[in-house]
Structures are given as C-alpha cells and as structure tokens.
Design a protein around this ligand. Structure first.
Ligand code: NAG
Ligand code: NAG
Ligand code: NAG
Length: 620
C-alpha cells in the first residue's frame, strides 16, 4: 500500500519537478510529438494510390469551404472556389496550347500577383513542375536558370516581355513554348495567354492527368544564389512541399488566421513557408502584396485584419526604422514567423509593436532539416532536443575559416564542438532526411555534401552556416561561412560586429565585411553604414563604442557611408561586391573614414592615408 502511494505520489510530482528543472520540458515534448505526427502523416500520404499531394488537400478544402476567402490582392478578394476555377482555366489553356503532360516543367517568370498562384495550381493539376524564376534576372542568368531545370515552356508577365525578347532566339532553338500574360502578342515566337485562358473551361481536370506523380517527384524548382557564380536550381520534391506546408502548424497558425505575405514568391521563404503552407488543412486567408513596403506595412495589416506576418532577415529592422506613430500598437497581429531576426531588433520590435509571438526558424531551401524557436526565446533559432537529434542526426563541427574547410583530426575525421562553441552545422543524409540537390548540377550538389565525417563512407549535408548550442540547449545562428572573415588569426563574425554598430544612435543600418590589404593575410574589417534620418556621423561616439564592445581584430577599420545599403530581393546584404571595391578613396565614391588609434576617433580617409596604408607606413 505504502509503495503504491509513493509511486502514485512520484508520478504526480514528476511533471512538476520536470517543469521546475526543465522549464521547456512541455513545449519540447509537444514539439517532438508534432514533428513525429507530421512525419507519420506524410508517410501515409506517400503510400496512398493515387498519391495524396498538397494539391489534393487543397481540392478538399475547396469542397468543404468554397466561399472562404483564399487570396486578397489589391482590394480584390478571391475565394477558394475562385482559385480552383481560375486554375482550371489556366490548366486547360496550357494543356491545349502548350501540349503539356505530366512530368514536364514550366518556368514562371512573374512577380507577386494572383496569376502566379493560379498558374502554379494549374501546373500541379497537370502533374507538371514549376520553376520559379527570380524576376530580377536577365540575359545569361535567365537562360541558365531556364535551361538548368529542363523546362518546356516559359510563362512571363507582360512587364518582363523585354527581358524575354532578349533571350528569345536561344529559347526558340530549344523549341520552348513562350507565353506572355496578355490578351495579344505582336512578337513572333511569343504567344499571348490571357485570351486563351478566358476561352478555356473552368471544369475540373481529371486526376489521371497527374497519376504518375509520387512523393519523390519534383514539384518546384527554387533558385538559390551562391555568393559567386550562377544561381542553382534546388529540386523541391512533393515530400519537401508537404514537410514545409506543415510548418505553419508548428508555429501555431490556425484556420482563422489572416497571413500578410509580401516576400517574393519565387523564393523558398515566401513560397514554401508562406504561400504553400497557407491553403492546406488550416485554409487561412492570404493577403498578398507585390512588394514589401515598410511604410504601408501596418496600414495593410489594419485594413485586412491581419493576424500573422512573415519576415525575413532585415525586414523587422526596416519596420523599426520607420518613424514612431501613435497607432503602432493598433493592429491584430499576434504571430510573426520567419528567419534572420537579430536579438536587438527582435526586442525593439516587441517593445514598439506590442505583444507579438515571434517564431524564428531556420532551414535551407535545399536542406533536409530545420529548427523552430517555439518558445519565443529572444535571439534563438530553435532548440536542441535529444529525440529530435536522434531521429534527424546533425552535429556542429569545428571549422577552419582561413582554409575554408572543416577541421579534421589525425585520422581524417571531423571534430564536434562542445556546447557553447560555434561550429559548422552539418546534417546526416538519411532516408527520412534526404538531400535531393540541384537540377542538372552534380558538381554543386557534390559540393554541398561532406563525406567521411565521423566514419568512412558517411555522408552529411553541409549547411554552410555556423551555429551555436548553449548550455540550455538553445540554438543560435552565428554566421554564414562566407560572411565570417579572418584577421590577425582571429575569426570575425560580421553579424556580431554589425549588431554592435547598430547600438550607436546615429547608425540605422550596417553591413560588415572584410577587405583584402596587399601583403596582409586575411581581411580587415570594414562597414558600410546608413545613417538615421537627419542624423550626423558621430565619429567619436562610434569609436568609443567600437573600442568598448569589440576586440581590436574585430573593429571595423574603415567606414563607408551610404545613403542606402544594397540588398538582394530576399533582403540579403551584398558583401562580395563591397569587399572587392575596397577602401581606396580614388575608387569608392562614398565618404570613407578610417579608425585612427592615435586620435581615438574615425577620421575622413584621404588618398595620402590610403597610400600610407598600402606602403605600410601606417600599421594596421
Ligand atoms: C484600393 O482601394 C482604395 C480605397 O478604396 C484605393 O484608394 C486604392 O487605390 C485601391 N488600390 C488598388 C491597388 O486598386
Ligand atoms: C526543334 O524542333 C525541330 C522541328 O520539330 C527539330 O528538328 C529540332 O531537332 C528540335 N530541336 C530541339 C533542340 O529539340
Ligand atoms: C476587420 O474586423 C472588423 C471588426 O472585427 C470588421 O468590422 C471588418 O469588417 C474586418 N475587415 C475585414 C477586411 O475583414
């Protein structure tokens, strides 16, 4: 009796003990359970005949809730049924005029607009894969992106007609059907598509058109740009589409939510995490915008009763940089998910815009595993959980920034870093976490793989990211490999330096990178900065701040003042070009400053100073 009592008592107390000693026990367990549940669900979809794709799920929603708003775009609301019918029309037109059959690939060359979504749904209905071209690319790059996925047809927005005409001759050599989203076309070799869509039937297309699609089929191609070279087409399989469409559920998005989507749909953040996750089981409403606008952001959220927003990299900072308004907290946004929020911006964002849950997450477009910070710990990208790691093995290994390769021990194997230290994040490639690679690019696919990591013959995906796991098992993003440089034998993490610079009042944005100096090893720190509105450069303040918070090797020796910092379409800062431009005032037109240790301030850079540095009269 006594034993039984003790047993019962300890069973009752156990959760309490766990909660006080491991405050994250419950969310951790819930997270693992959710992940496993989703894994099992995807396996069961894979076995269904015909394959139960995310499109079939969408069609079920159309059956159940035809009138629910699916898409809001520039004052027009489209219901789930509208989306279904419109995509039927597009599919019928493409079937008839492009002769598409399942397994074909079609490249889409257009911006964020409803047509993007109708075409993508139409292609899924025909069993075709969609290649999502970045609408900023031109000529050689455009041709490369088109060809590397083996596309049979190209569909372009009318405003991109010029870009298509530039490469039309090469496309015609490849017998590609080229369509433009307009009523008519006057260019030979380019067909209009809108007129054909209007004439087409909106009746459902038979499922047999996509009967050979399996969970391993390519669903979309998404392009990732390296720091150098042409973009690579990451093959996103149906399985990967399923996995990412379940992601919003893990973040806590539910069917009453309204999602504000303004990131480019050609990229994995906007497409896989944003759009694709939205119309599945949770059947939420998406408010789509052509382009991100910091000044319109909250007005849009208020107007459309937005409850969930998505961000990437610098976006939260841009929102914080907009002048404060009384209405800053007047909105219904309860959740923000995304990737790349830095701790300082995150805090400022919450302080200013109110109690919004931030679900920071991490994962590569082509990667086989990600993290989600489901407890809202500021600055972290997720948590390390034993079971999760067991199921999807990954490890942080020592990385040599100078030689740009992982450190290997005497037997030639990689060396894991202990908790609290930064290491290269590599993930084991397994059946449940495969790495599909890049279309028609075995070399680049090979480059992302790491062999013989802990034993002969094992294979890992090299994320290219440096992460850190702290003693409470929180995972932090530290830097991209290319973004870390070495100076005086020390690693300099550019994000850390730019976070420090941003603490200075007059600096609104900062982009830190390394520049080569003749006859010196490594790269010396330099920062391109944008000053706040009506702010003056405060050289003494920046100097004392930098000296207080950064070790000498990490201090930016040069400042470059720019009126705006260049970013990519997905808000990635450009570092390579700035690094190449260097610090020669004869070359760089922007004002340049030099950290002068004797004068204890930053001083305007002159040609004499430059010459003195190059001739080593000034020691760095
Ligand atoms: C949406 O409607 C508002 C007011 O009704 C109008 O001012 C605005 O121009 C419209 N926007 C577009 C893109 O049609
Ligand atoms: C294009 O089509 C023509 C005529 O149908 C054919 O002769 C040619 O081989 C095709 N070219 C390619 C690259 O498929
Ligand atoms: C937003 O919510 C308010 C009140 O809850 C409602 O009156 C309004 O019609 C809603 N607006 C939209 C666009 O759904």
């Amino acid at each position: 009796m006594y034993i039984l009592f003790t047993l019962l008592a300890s069973v009752a107390i156990l959760p309490l003990l766990l909660c006080s000693f491991c405050p994250y026990f419950v969310p951790d367990v819930l997270y693992v359970v959710k992940c496993i549940g989703r894994g099992i669900r995807i396996r069961s979809y894979a076995k269904k005949k015909p394959f139960y794709s995310t499109l079939e799920k969408f069609l079920e929603v159309v059956q159940k809730q035809p009138d629910k708003p699916f898409l809001v775009f520039e004052n027009k609301t489209h219901s789930y049924l509208d989306a279904d019918k419109q995509s039927n029309k597009v599919a019928s037109a493409l079937q008839k005029h492009a002769g598409l059959k399942q397994g074909d690939t079609v490249a889409m060359f257009l911006g964020n607009e409803p047509d993007f979504i109708w075409i993508w749904l139409a292609l899924a209905k025909l069993g075709c894969a969609a290649a999502l071209l970045n609408y900023n690319i031109r000529s050689k790059s455009l041709l490369h992106c088109f060809s590397c996925c083996g596309a049979h047809a190209l569909i372009a927005a009318p405003e991109l007609k010029g870009a298509v005409e530039d490469v039309l001759a090469s496309l015609q050599e490849q017998n590609v059907s080229v369509f433009i989203l307009s009523e008519e076309s006057t260019t030979p070799g380019i067909e209009s598509l809108n007129d054909k869509i209007h004439q087409a039937s909106d009746q459902p297309l038979p499922q047999s058109l996509r009967s050979s699609i399996t969970i391993k089929s390519a669903a979309v191609y998404i392009y990732t740009s390296g720091t150098t070279g042409l973009p690579k087409a990451a093959v996103i399989t149906q399985e990967r589409v399923w996995a990412s469409s379940l992601f919003q559920g893990i973040c806590g998005v539910n069917s009453e939510d309204v999602l504000y989507l303004n990131l480019p749909l050609y990229h994995s953040a906007g497409f896989l995490m944003g759009l694709d996750g939205s119309h599945r089981k949770r059947c939420i409403t998406v408010v789509l915008r052509r382009k991100f606008s910091a000044s319109k952001f909250w007005d849009d959220c208020r107007k459309h009763n937005v409850t969930v927003i998505q961000y990437i990299r610098e976006v939260l900072r841009y929102l914080c940089n907009v002048p404060k308004k009384d209405s800053d907290r007047d909105h219904k946004v309860r959740l923000a998910f995304g990737n790349g929020a830095r701790a300082d911006t995150w805090k400022e964002f919450l302080k200013r815009f109110g109690d919004i849950q931030i679900s920071e997450c991490y994962g590569a477009t082509e990667g086989n595993l990600g993290f989600v910070n489901y407890v809202g710990k500021v600055g972290a990208i997720g948590r390390e959980i034993f079971l999760h790691k067991k199921l999807f093995p990954y490890v942080l290994i020592q990385y040599d920034t100078e030689r740009e390769e992982p450190v290997r021990d005497s037997r030639g194997f990689c060396v894991p870093v202990p908790k609290g230290e930064t290491g290269l994040f590599v993930k084991k490639i397994t059946k449940v976490a495969p790495f599909i690679g890049y279309a028609r690019n075995p070399q680049q696919t090979d480059k992302k793989q790491l062999r013989d990591v802990f034993e002969k013959g094992d294979l890992y995906f090299n994320s290219g990211d440096l992460l850190m796991v702290d003693h409470d098992n929180f995972v932090y993003f530290q830097d991209r490999i290319g973004d870390t440089f070495r100076w005086k034998g020390e690693n300099v993490a550019t994000t850390e330096v730019s976070d420090t610079l941003l603490m200075v009042d007059c600096i609104e944005e900062a982009n830190v990178y390394g520049v080569a100096v003749p006859d010196h090893d490594g790269r010396i720190g330099m920062a391109a900065v944008k000053l706040g509105e009506a702010k003056q450069l405060e050289c003494d303040k920046i100097y004392s701040h930098v000296v207080t918070y950064l070790p000498s090797y990490a201090r930016p020796r040069f400042l470059r003042i720019q009126s705006s910092l260049e970013v990519t379409g997905t808000f990635k800062q450009m570092k390579v070009k700035l690094g190449e431009e260097g610090f020669n005032p004869a070359v760089v037109q922007d004002p340049l400053y030099f950290l002068n240790e004797n004068e204890k301030t930053y001083v305007p850079m002159t040609q004499e100073m430059y010459n003195a540095i190059i001739s080593k009269h000034v020691k760095l």
